[in-house]
Design a protein around this ligand. Structure first.
Ligand code: HEM
Length: 525
């Protein structure tokens, strides 16, 4: 379609030149000579017009061939998309090199796409880096909708993320939160006048939980023979979580110009290959370690055991699925909890309100899963954080595999679809003062308290997040416990420190805050 529109534009310009020459209008006023420079903008406008007619939605002006790529070079596309939505409306098209992308920015059109039009846009569009990282879509989150997706989604829900599995993992979650609180008390004891960095213990504990659930392992270190090196716990975390997160946003310019795929891009290939080799070698050692420590093939005490017992998957698929469970559990829950604690530390009145609610409901008991349904303000804090700091700002790209319509516009087969959840959650027409973090906005009869999907943060429809229950149980209980144990105050100057990094809106710099124990009694730990 792109080539068709470019070809149509070039053809039209060509005819136009002929026509102008024939009718001797080349005798134009000075400065208006019929040169390429006068024709180029004209042909470009024509190209945009033709393209938007063919694809639907307003086309955001860009440049010939590269389209809007230059305007997206700052790696924060969700913010740029939202700015464009304010000019061009909630649905528009852009050009990323040779591809056309339809961008959706309001809850209305996003829901229509994810729920009603799902069957037309259920396939993923992956970059070269993501294709390699996901072993060519052999993951729940990155697979195309079909038999493989249905099977592995069922596996992950049954053994790991569904309500029953989460009930069984309640002890692991409680240990996580207790360990973080213990760390904070001990840090405070050693450095009474210093700020604490919540991310440090929380990230380490989330990773511990992820490894326990996925592989039933808690290794301090492992020796990876293939790489000839001992890997500490922190290095394993880097290889399995940090490096792939950064790798996922690696840009290979050939993704935008498939017809140039034959041109080598050595730096990209070497970097990606190194990352994949290290990840595969570390995963292999972990999987072997777990297999060797199983008492029998009947023992099922983690996700890996469950997948092995199904005998339906190749070794590569098992590796990819287990790694998926580790990386997904380690990241977005941290992002949400850290932003919630940032906002509460910045807003003492809202923190006080939450503390009072916890006091009333829990009294001398520590906040646990059991209390959550009776802590409505805590739920509001969680949802408002998901809205204001969308941990997944853009749903992993899909593409239309058949012609369809979204928001009244034609979307042609082959178009990429970007669902900008950040744009939906910051939409001025839907949210009053969207830039403000106001948990109170959810205390409204139109929101059911336990509704997990008050915002679009977890997506919608058939591909809705499989881990929303785990994320909300961990984040809500952790936020509740942190406020129950300590009074939090943001470090001076931290308010402005809101720059993010990665695909998942992680705060670039960890949040730093002063904490003060609410009571002198920390003996219930
Ligand atoms: C606050 C935390 C989280 C947020 C905001 C979040 C958000 C999302 C979003 C937006 C999607 C894509 C939906 C789509 O494609 O339409 C997704 C998919 C998914 N998430 Fe989460 N997620 C979170 C936590 C987790 C956790 C903790 C896990 C697992 C441990 C997880 C596992 C998954 C899986 C497996 C999918 C794929 C579902 C499918 O394709 O059917 N997520 N998540």
């Amino acid at each position: 379609m792109t080539f068709a529109s470019v070809a149509a534009a070039i053809f039209t310009v060509f005819i136009l030149i002929k026509f102008l020459r024939r009718s001797r209008v080349s005798n134009l006023p000075p400065g208006m000579n019929l040169t390429l420079s006068t024709l180029l903008p004209f042909s470009f406008l024509l190209y945009l017009w033709i393209d938007s007619e063919m694809c639907g939605g307003v086309a955001v002006p860009g440049f010939p061939l590269i389209g809007n790529l230059l305007q997206l070079k700052d790696k924060k596309p969700h913010q740029t998309f939202m700015k464009w939505a304010q000019i061009y409306g909630p649905i528009y098209t852009i050009k990323t090199g040779a591809s056309t992308m339809v961008v959706l920015n309001s809850t209305g059109v996003a829901k229509e796409a994810m729920v009603a039009k799902y069957s037309s846009i259920s396939n993923r569009k992956l970059s070269k880096a993501l294709t390699l990282l996901t072993s060519n879509k052999r993951m729940v989150a990155m697979s195309d909708y079909g038999e493989f997706h249905k099977m592995v989604k069922r596996y992950i829900m049954t053994s790991l993320l569904g309500a029953n599995a989460q009930k069984q993992n309640c002890g692991i979650r409680e240990t996580l939160i207790n360990n973080v609180v213990k760390y904070l008390y001990s840090d405070l004891k050693d450095n009474p006048n210093d700020v604490v960095n919540l991310r440090k213990p929380f990230q380490a504990e989330l990773f511990r939980l992820a490894m326990k659930q996925a592989l039933n392992l808690e290794p301090e270190s492992i020796y990876v023979e293939e790489l000839g090196k001992e890997f500490s716990k922190e290095e394993i975390f880097n290889v399995l979580v940090v490096d792939p997160m950064m790798g996922a946003i690696e840009v290979d310019w050939r993704d935008f110009f498939p017809y140039l795929r034959w041109v080598p891009n050595r730096t990209f290939e070497i970097r990606l290959k190194r990352m994949l080799t290290r990840r595969a070698a570390v995963m292999q050692v972990l999987i072997t370690k777990r297999k060797n420590s199983r008492q029998s093939e009947e023992e099922i005490s983690c996700y890996l055991d469950f997948l092995l017992s199904q005998s339906t998957l190749s070794d590569e698929e098992i590796m990819s699925l287990v790694w998926e469970a580790v990386i997904e559990a380690s990241d977005t829950t941290l992002v949400t909890t850290e932003w919630a604690m940032f906002e509460l530390s910045k807003n003492p009145n809202k923190q006080e309100r939450l503390y009072r609610e916890i006091q009333q409901v829990c009294g001398s008991e520590k906040v646990t899963d059991e209390h959550l349904s009776r802590l409505p303000y805590l739920t509001c804090v969680f949802h408002e954080t998901l809205r204001r700091h969308s941990p997944v700002p853009i749903v992993p790209l899909r593409y239309a595999h058949e012609d369809t319509q979204i928001g009244g516009f034609n979307v042609l087969a082959g178009s990429e679809i970007a669902i900008n959840l950040y744009g939906c959650n910051m939409d001025k027409t839907q949210w009053d003062e969207p830039d403000e973090w106001k948990p109170e906005r959810f205390i409204d009869s139109k929101y059911e308290q336990m509704d997990m999907y008050k915002t679009m943060a977890f997506g919608a429809g058939k591909r809705i997040c499989a881990g929303s229950l785990q994320a909300s149980l961990i984040a809500c209980t952790a936020i509740g416990r942190f406020v129950q144990e300590f009074e939090w105050r943001l470090k001076e100057g931290e308010e402005a420190n809101v720059v993010t990094v990665q695909l998942t809106n992680l705060k670039l710099e960890p949040m730093l805050a002063y904490i003060k124990p609410r009571s002198t009694n920390d003996s219930c730990l």
